[in-house]
Write a protein that binds this ligand. Structure first.
Ligand SMILES: *Cc1c(COP(=O)(O)O)cnc(C)c1O
Length: 388
């Protein structure tokens, strides 16, 4: 093993984190009430331009609540991507619904053209409802994931959702800070275009609260319902009356203290990730058999994760490269195993999944922390240039 160690993605806590967390402790507001929570919600609302934001324990719980708010039940089905982290899909099962898996396109996001073909050819549209011909069930919603911080094609996706009356949940857990800079959704952030969006502040995301998440929407009713469900569905503050089954999903003041300090630095993180991305891209362009995948045009991505594509002209295949980098002290990882291939999902419906297999075989993520130095990037590039 090498003495050097460059992790894939680690938190960067050099701002006012300690100050705010200390303040939370000194004032003894450490739990699910306290001023930092509202302040953090407001700041996320302002930053993303959403009409409101509701904090939650993590991205997974946020997605769970999103499905509950949109009233997805065991009678329904939900269209999801197969190439993403499994937490994007597990909440579908939490509410008793079934997922239908879609392929990715060359951006690694859900393939909007195949999505339309699926709706056109595999479904009927009856009484404003998209009905799956195979299961005869109502497909009520669609979960879109902005993979690695790269905006999915929301223009196409929203027009399909309009045509087939699908609710859109944006899993923007990896895409805090990504927004359109042109065209129909100019200035719109990932997470604020569909009916409801969810961010994650897990330790490996672009900003972190240790664990945490945020639900955003432009619909006041949705926001109200989300707040209600994340706070035990209390209908009365004094008498403990509850009108439905709620959850203890609210973020703590300690998490929010971290979040505020992180949000202050987010644009800086993105700047540094962008600079490293460009440095990698320029250098790797000259290495035969390797390329760094692009982020979508018309967007300002958050540059969260860098996707390195390894083709047949490179000396090593995916697994050999991961092992080699590891021997050099460089952490890398393959893309997630396709969700439709995982044990709990093998019997679920899939639609024309092809590209996802190829990208799974050929893509790895390479170190991308916001505190990665030039020297680190150069070292990774040198190792890629001279595989053993
Ligand atoms: C991280 C992540 C989640 C889950 O967020 P947590 O805060 O870890 O629960 C969901 N979906 C995707 C695509 C993710 O990357």
């Amino acid at each position: 093993m090498s003495e050097k160690y460059i992790p894939l993605s680690v938190p960067n806590l050099k701002g006012r984190e300690l100050e705010y967390v200390t303040h939370a402790i000194e004032t003894e507001w450490v739990s699910t009430a306290g001023p930092y929570i509202n302040e953090f919600e407001n700041k996320v609302m302002e930053y993303t331009g959403a009409r409101g934001a509701v904090s939650c324990q993590n991205g997974t719980s946020g997605l769970h609540v999103a499905l509950k708010v949109l009233e997805v039940t065991s009678e329904d089905e939900v269209i999801v991507p197969t190439l993403t982290f499994i937490a994007a899909v597990n909440p579908v099962k939490y509410v008793g619904a079934e997922p239908i898996f879609m392929d990715c396109d060359d951006t690694l996001n859900i393939d909007a053209d195949k999505l339309r073909t699926f709706c056109e050819t595999e479904c009927d549209f009856i009484n404003d409802k998209l009905i799956n011909k195979l299961s005869k069930k109502h497909i009520k919603a669609l979960i879109v994931v902005h993979v690695f911080g790269n905006m999915a094609d929301m223009e196409k996706i929203m027009s399909i959702a309009d045509d087939y009356n699908l609710k859109v949940i944006e899993d923007a857990t990896e895409a805090m800070g990504t927004y359109y800079i042109a065209e129909r959704y100019k200035d719109k952030h990932a997470g604020t275009i569909g009916d409801i969006g969810v961010y994650s502040f897990n330790g490996n995301k672009i900003m972190t609260t240790g664990g945490g998440g945020m639900i955003v929407s432009n619909d006041k009713q949705i926001l109200k319902k989300a707040k209600h469900l994340t706070t035990q569905a209390k209908s009365d503050d004094i008498y403990y009356t509850h009108d439905e089954i709620g959850y203890n999903y609210r973020m703590t003041n300690l998490q929010a203290a971290l979040g505020l300090a992180q949000l202050e630095q987010l644009e800086g993180f993105i700047e540094s990730k962008k600079a490293n991305y460009e440095r990698y891209k320029k250098e790797i362009e000259n290495i035969q058999g390797l390329k760094i995948l692009n982020f979508n045009k018309h967007t300002r991505p958050n540059y969260w994760f860098y996707a390195l594509y390894i083709d047949e002209h490179y000396k090593l295949n995916r697994d050999q490269l991961i092992t080699y980098l590891s021997s050099k002290g460089i952490q890398s990882r393959p893309i997630w195993g396709l969700i439709s291939d995982q044990i709990p999902y093998r019997s679920n419906q899939i639609f024309e999944i092809e590209k996802a297999h190829r990208y799974l075989e050929h893509v790895i993520n390479i170190p991308c922390s916001s505190n990665l130095s030039n020297e680190d990037v150069n070292y990774v590039v040198e190792c890629l240039r001279h595989p053993k």
